[in-house]
Write a protein that binds this ligand. Sequence first.
Ligand code: ATP
Length: 764
Amino acid sequence: MENENGNNITNSSQNLISKIYRKNFHNDQSILRSNDQDQMKILSAHYESLDYDVCENLLYLEEEHLKGYKFVVKKNVCRWLIFLLIGACTAFIGIFIDISIEELSNIKYNRLKTYFDRFITENNLLLPFGIWVAFNVIPVLIGTLLVTYIEPVALGSGIPQVKCYLNGVKIPRVVRFKTLLVKTIGVITTVVGGIAGGKEGPMIHSGAVVAAGISQGKTTTFKTDFGILKFFRNDHEKRDFVSGGAAAGVAAAFGAPVGGVLFSLEEGASFWNQSLTWRIFLASMISTFTLNIVLSTYHGYPGHLSYPGLLNFGKFDDLSYELPELIIFVVIGTAGGVFGALFNCINHKLMIFRSRYMKAKYSKVLEVIVVAAVSAAIALFLIYLSNDCKPLGDDPTKNPVQFFCPDGQYSTMTALWLQVPEASVRSFFHDKEGSMDCSTIILFAMAYYILSIWTYGINVSAGLFIPNLLIGSAWGRLIGVYLRNTFPDSEWPDVGKYALAGAAAQLGGVVRMTISLTVILIEATGNITFGLPLMVVLLTAKWVGDFFNEGIYDIQIRMSGIPLLAWEPPPLSSNVYASEVMSYPVVTFKKRENVGRIVDVLMKETYNGFPIVDVKDIELEEEELEPKPRGHLRGFILRHQLIILLKNKVFNEIPSIWESDQISLEMFRQQYPRYPNINDVNITEEERNFTMDLSAFMNPSPYTIPHKASLPRIFKLLRALGLRHLVVVNDNNEVVGIITRKDLARYRVSKHFGKIIVEEMNIL
Ligand code: ATP
């Protein structure tokens, strides 16, 4: 069927949207349907859902009964120990990344300083420029080759992928050891290469991989199974551990254990409980503590514990504020929202351009090389333009370069470029007023803004936290300088304070996280008093940014076509019923089912779950106009369970298999998470006439929903319980339809310039 815009839409979605229109928005212009036929409207069928629901079948009950209370205690102790290990291992990865970057960057910037000092006197800029380009391109090239040819899923910060995983979407290879290796080397090379990317975002991804690896006791990359922790091999447990890993990653990156817990809560896990919070908090604490001990020792202050995170904001002398200043923070937040929205808009256009015209791998590598070279060229051009010289002696930089400055002075623009970006953030936060000219700050901020937009999304592993903090701290500092000059006799305009607010605003305007980011920044600055201004800035930036477009991670998720379930159902959709969004006719099985039929169905259909019903044989019609009841619901069985049963020949006609101890949960766990395909199963003609008893394996109490249930209720069930399937039943508990997460993920609600857009995605 075609709608008025010429889009192909299904029966149920037509109903959904027409209903929304009919009842609620009859004359309301605020709801539009997007006409865009761009990539944003496609959901990839490639991504499957995770299932947070535990299948409490007879095997599960038997195991629970046999192993008893001791097993529960053992499992719990193991859980705590694993979270502890996740914290420690994530910290060690952070330490490795940090020290590698520091050592390699020191070598790079020292060499560059030497070359500049030597060749400037000879008025030869070309050679140091060539060396600078080489220092940028060589490491970045290593990183991009790894990401492009070895593990593309290690691209970017990894936060969108982790967010999807925590929200129940399986992203292939996202938590593999190989991904971690590529990510770690990729981040080091990117930051050392000096392009506009940070190491903090990738730490979150690294934590998630560590968690998945440790908790499963095996690695697919090395094809090694340690044979331990098998009882954690299911989506439910694994996802809990990954939440802990992501939190530990945040804790290590920013020295923010509470921010880590909140990050997992805000961005990820829909399902949450008290004990999980405790365990995640433990992982975060251990992570930041371990990192602190090692990095403090490395920096020569053992026992001082002054390096809680990779990102070190330094100590602010004064972050006090007066109440009227909140208005200025609102203005800063607004500016952050606008700059952030512009960042996301241009970056989105670039993403579309790349996906259309840069499909070949070599073109992606080429773009990275160009970005690395252009980054050096822009830096050098600005250094060349700038005549901002300050006296040596109170220079806050490690590598003061004289460049064209008079003797005894150094070039401040050079100082900003010839250090790692974190150090430049600290410069904007803490350097004395007047230590750099406003023109230097403006040029630097503009250049870095353009470079960051271009860099985020190229084929390297790098995040956008640091680049945005850097841009924001630069323009925030400018606001501080302006206020200082406007109110010279007042105490309150402190440039560092406004630099911090600007940094928060810029980052908030791009990523649109609020609670976790506020707490992360509070913990990173170590100042609770400044919490309110930070929150005001971040909330304003989010609201203003949301007025224009979505956060960068959500844009990326859409671009990848990942079927992430929205946080909220479409507004005013309580009058849309399950019967309008469900799929029918439903393919069902009986408790005692013919092997041939099971094989045929699995071969023909790709469905991942099947209701088990008592007998009511109705011929399936291809085009069923009305949903017909398919028998009383008795249970639910997953596709992979059926395939494993077929593979192991668990047939009623082969009694020996039932007598052996082969039939247990172990049979299913062994294969987790890569289950065999139906084509891997060999069934003889004789076996096709056999039967299978599914009652021991099916979930006897699947979640169901009445056909009259409203869309918001369905949303709540799927989202809050992390379900993959929901069976729709009629008043007699007969199966009439089925709803999956993807069925609802198709309906996207977003805001664009204040208008609410209800879109229907196509699943391809
Ligand atoms: P995922 O792959 O994440 O489980 P999905 O929606 O692709 O999500 P499938 O089980 O492949 O899951 O279902 C594809 C479509 O078929 C969905 O629209 C779903 O409602 C429908 N569907 C699922 N199971 C059945 C079934 N047993 N009978 C009829 N339709 C089904």
